[in-house]
Design a protein around this ligand. Structure first.
Ligand SMILES: NC(=O)c1ccc[n+]([C@@H]2O[C@H](COP(=O)([O-])OP(=O)(O)OC[C@H]3O[C@@H](n4cnc5c(N)ncnc54)[C@H](O)[C@@H]3O)[C@@H](O)[C@H]2O)c1
Length: 429
């Protein structure tokens, strides 16, 4: 099939490359001309395991190409995915200016039937607005459909998630749209939820909000563990074996971040309020997450007493392992907060350093974890990269000024570290 993806970011590029791999002809579009120039040169502007290879092989097969011209893409594609960003506005609402802009440009350039699919995460009823926008700006009288097909991939395992999803959700209003999307996804073996557009839009917001709430729940439990001297990792292990609960998203830590959970929670709270429902549960989940970061800072202060002038290493900058994405990463909040108190920060991340250099000023970027911990008063592990799990702590102990370790993701065995002479601070343990 002939497909276009408008917006070539984490979701757009993975979707484009994966759909090309499945045998379709795909055009990836982006308004960022620099990004398109890089992609045309065979360079991939983001780090996602396996993506570079998947793009390269499908470009060679002539199934995948890149352009900054929406006109070219709309002209030759029957299915057009919108995968632009939907960041938060200051009032918490999703900024849908990109979606509106793309809908208008699709309308202007449509010359025959087109199926326009929302891939971006959007508030319920966005489909209605997209339909109205296209009807308003359409030049020729041609038929079109709008559909919702939210994406559930996780950065770090995005290609596997796209190819082997737990489910595919399709929100449609016509048989034609349903048939096109069912045909497109036929090679993927996964349960398919074919429903109406509003329900599909809500499935995405509800899913992300549920996962974020689950993290906040275990973080709240970690606070009680901390007060009584229990171990939240043990509590989570005992809870997670219950199939109704499951162990995923049940790890206490310094809070969730990333480009999705914080903004999707905000957007869901805001749209619910607009529609007349006060989603107090999600507000609580959000507050717990914010407080968790403040709690970690308090723990660090309790251990250091005076933060000013202290040297602190932060290992991990990305919001989770196996990605270079630092959007709303808790590590950045910690760093900024400690810096504002006068600490000297030394940081290291296996993949996110280039992106972090663009936003973090006044910190020392180190070549590796051992370089970062050299001569510091405190180490904070903010992202659970595999590389950090395997650190040689005998070596670390010799390098640091003071063996104080804040395990922000509970990835180490406290007993082992204590035996090595570390002052170990975990979350809820
Ligand atoms: N990143 C994830 O893990 C993930 C997972 C599921 C869903 N989503 C959702 O998918 C959407 C995209 O997320 P992302 O992480 O890929 O964002 P991103 O910022 O990485 O990519 C968005 C791209 O869209 C481009 N763009 C913006 N406006 C445009 C326009 N008018 N025309 C053409 N291109 C335009 C930007 O230049 C950028 O390259 C969001 O709604 C997000 O919530 C993201």
């Amino acid at each position: 099939m002939n497909i276009s993806i408008i917006g070539s970011g984490y979701v757009g590029l993975v979707t484009g490359a994966a759909l090309a791999e499945l045998g379709n002809r795909v055009i990836c579009v982006d308004s960022d001309a620099k990004k398109i120039t890089l992609l045309k040169k065979g360079k991939v502007p983001i780090y996602e395991p396996g993506l570079k290879e998947l793009i390269s092989v499908n470009v060679k097969r002539k199934r995948l190409k890149f352009t900054s011209s929406i006109k070219e893409a709309v002209g030759s594609s029957e299915i057009i995915f919108i995968a632009v960003g939907t960041p938060s506005l200051e009032n918490g609402e999703a900024d849908l200016a990109g979606i509106e802009n793309v809908a208008r440009n699709i309308a202007i350039n449509m010359k025959g039937y087109r199926l326009i699919v929302e891939k971006s995460t959007v508030p319920v009823e966005t489909g209605e607005w997209v339909k109205q926008t296209i009807s308003t700006y359409i030049k020729k009288k041609v038929a079109f459909d709008v559909a919702s097909n939210p994406e559930f991939l996780k950065e770090g395992s995005a290609i596997r998630d796209f190819m082997h999803p737990d489910r595919i959700v399709i929100g449609v209003e016509s048989r034609r749209a349903a048939e096109l999307l069912i045909r497109l996804y036929k090679p993927i073996n996964a349960p398919m939820v074919v429903t109406d557009i509003k329900s599909a839009e809500l499935i995405k917001h509800a899913s992300n909000s549920f996962l974020a709430t689950k993290i906040s729940f275990i973080n709240a439990v970690s606070r009680v563990c901390d007060l009584v001297g229990a171990d939240v990792a043990e509590v989570a292990r005992g809870m997670g074996l219950d199939k109704r609960i499951s162990s995923s998203f049940l790890s206490a830590g310094i809070g969730y971040g990333g480009s999705c959970f914080p903004k999707d929670l905000d957007a869901f709270i805001t749209i619910s309020k607009k529609l007349g429902y006060d989603f107090g549960l999600l507000k609580a989940a959000k507050n717990i997450n914010e407080d968790q970061k403040a709690f970690v800072i308090r723990k660090i202060k309790d251990a250091l007493w005076i933060v000013k002038g202290k040297s602190i290493a932060v290992l991990g900058l990305s919001f989770k392992p196996d990605t270079d994405d630092i959007r709303s990463a808790p590590a950045l909040d910690l760093i900024n907060s400690l810096r504002s108190e006068g600490a000297r920060l030394k940081v290291y991340d296996p993949q996110a350093m280039p992106k972090a250099k663009a936003v973090l000023k006044g910190v020392e970027f180190c070549k590796d974890a051992y370089g970062a911990v050299r001569n510091v008063d405190c180490i904070i592990v903010a992202t659970e990269w595999q590389e950090f799990k395997g650190l040689d702590f005998k070596k670390v102990k010799k390098l640091v000024k003071r063996p104080l370790l804040v395990d922000g993701r509970n990835i180490y065995n406290p007993q082992v570290l204590k035996k090595l002479g570390f002052h170990y601070i975990g979350i809820g343990r």
